[in-house]
Design a binder for this molecule. Structure first.
Ligand SMILES: NC(=O)c1ccc[n+]([C@@H]2O[C@H](COP(=O)([O-])OP(=O)(O)OC[C@H]3O[C@@H](n4cnc5c(N)ncnc54)[C@H](OP(=O)(O)O)[C@@H]3O)[C@@H](O)[C@H]2O)c1
Length: 279
């Protein structure tokens, strides 16, 4: 029986077991997926004994994403692009592979929910330059965005990210964080990739007045499910894209690697996770 897990510290909050065990059950596969709390100092030992512990691979969450990337034998393009991995698997020779499926998760959910999100001559605005934002900016540039405005409270981090991703796609501009309301002018897509607006975090203070009514607004925060940003965007008539879809879609490639079936992100799965988040 094949087994996979999700590792992190802490790990209690992870919804990944709900997602993967739902799919194992749905496709009638003999397998298992569990949470493993791995202390920061134990990551190397844990990954070295992955097969010994009975696992074919694992998901990786905070604070191990960079460490797992550094420890892998083979790193794939998207993990290399962001210097962090969230999905690991062992090949037939026992080599540990690392990839980053957050990018796939975000881009797939965006394209599925708002197929018209990309419009020529309409800039994209991304708020945030942390771990998640890195992958999102990379994914957007790779998909052909011509102009991306990147704003972060700590401007230097946005400038560093812009410098690292120079040449990946279109131009990246870095306006000041306090000018974020005006940075929305003419934008076709706005993405919140900060933790602002998440339960327990400060609110995202942003006026959508300058944002065109036909823009798409995405938030990667998924607790709460409808953030204040998404509610304001919906009230304005904008198409909205929530953070839960990204979480569900990022799980697809890992499940396929470990268990050999490409799973579907269905309404039933979504309802299961929504019930868990709101219950
Ligand atoms: N939907 C999904 O599948 C998914 C996947 C990954 C992450 N997420 C969510 O995305 C969010 C960000 O995750 P992450 O891993 O990128 O975290 P991170 O690396 O810690 O980055 C946090 C980001 O939020 C900004 N920020 C935090 N507090 C702020 C404040 N008070 N004012 C202004 N900016 C602030 C940070 O700006 P500074 O650089 O100035 O600190 C940084 O840009 C979290 O809520 C996480 O749950 C969702």
């Amino acid at each position: 029986m094949k087994k996979a897990c999700v590792i992190g510290w802490p790990i209690k909050h992870s919804r990944s077991p709900l997602i993967h065990n739902y799919w194992l059950d749905k496709y009638g596969l003999a397998g298992g997926y569990e949470k493993r709390a791995v202390e920061p100092g134990d990551l190397g030992d844990f990954l070295q004994n992955l097969a010994g512990n009975g696992y074919v691979g694992c998901n990786v969450t905070v604070p191990h994403k960079e460490g797992a990337f550094a420890l892998a034998d083979v790193t794939h393009d998207e993990a290399k692009a962001v210097g962090a991995a969230n999905t690991l698997w062992l090949d037939e020779d026992g080599r540990l592979h690392a990839d980053n499926t957050d990018i796939y998760g975000f881009m797939n959910h965006l394209t599925e929910s708002a197929p018209h999100w990309q419009r020529p001559d309409r800039p994209v605005v991304v708020l945030g330059a942390g771990g998640a934002a890195r992958g999102i900016v990379y994914g957007l540039l790779k998909s052909g965005v011509g102009e991306l405005r990147l704003l972060n409270r700590t401007r230097q981090k946005a400038e560093e990210l812009a410098a690292q991703l120079k040449g990946t796609g279109g131009a990246i501009h870095v306006p000041e964080w306090q000018d974020r309301d005006m940075a929305l002018k003419d934008a076709g897509l706005l993405v919140n990739a900060t933790s602002l607006g998440m339960d327990g975090s400060p609110p995202l203070e942003l006026s959508l007045d300058a944002l065109p009514d036909d823009a798409v607004v995405a938030d990667i925060v998924y607790a709460p499910l409808e953030t204040d940003l998404l509610a304001a965007a919906r009230a304005k008539g904008c198409r909205t894209v929530d953070g839960l879809g990204m979480l569900l879609h990022q799980a697809v490639p890992g499940f396929e690697r470990w268990f050999g079936v490409r799973p579907e992100v269905s309404d039933e799965l979504r309802a299961l996770i929504v019930a868990d988040l709101t219950g």
